[in-house]
Design a protein around this ligand. Sequence first.
Ligand SMILES: [Fe+2]
Length: 257
Amino acid sequence: MIDCHNHTLPGIDDGAHDMEMAMEMAQCAVKDGIDTIVCTPHHLNGVFSNDRQAVLEHVDALRTALAEAGIPLAVLPGSELHLVPPLPARILEGDALTYADHGRAALVELPKHIVPIGTETILEQLLYQKITPVIAHPERNSELIRQPDRLAEWVGWGCKAQLTAQSCSGAFGKQIQAQCQRWCREGMVHLIASDAHRPHGRAPILTAGIAILCEWLTEQAVEILSITNPRKLTAGEPLLSIEPAPVKRKSIRDLFR
Ligand SMILES: [Fe+2]
């Protein structure tokens, strides 16, 4: 499996503190069946800047450490890009990293509680630049939980959505889990990822989330979210969409049974 969102690169954001912790996270990922990670440190979130060159250098250092430790985990560069007005220009000028540095799709994040004024303009600018915005964990944004149709509108424009595996398995509460299920069943979701920050707790584990997806979706849809689309992202290819799950309608006979 490929994990397209995690904070394994040590010492550059709120993820792994040091290389030792990064190695522990890598071992945990491998144990879960992950063979490739796209490292996505925060970019321009008000605390961390992490421009493209800095991330590339840290990815090289992590690859070297993994090879020396004999841990079979491939590492690709990426960033979790805060949706701020300078972002489209930063990508255009090569200062901000897209997935695997392909210049095709970008992992973008909103603040935790609001959708700032101007968000739609930034998304439109990215789309105009032929960059596909992949919205990181929309289920963890309070305003999108209150107004879930906003995500549907963005997906209609060509944006994609990535759920956090632990949100699906209920680690962030029932309301967030229920919204994950609704968006999955509406066909609004394109992949899941770990968003791991630590070797324990917020760990690089996908299988628990995938097990829950199997209860909500067809086998084919689960494969798209967990295998096919992560592969496509790392190859710089367009993502597939999943079919909305049919709504089970009760017949009048069921009501009186
Ligand atoms: Fe993240």
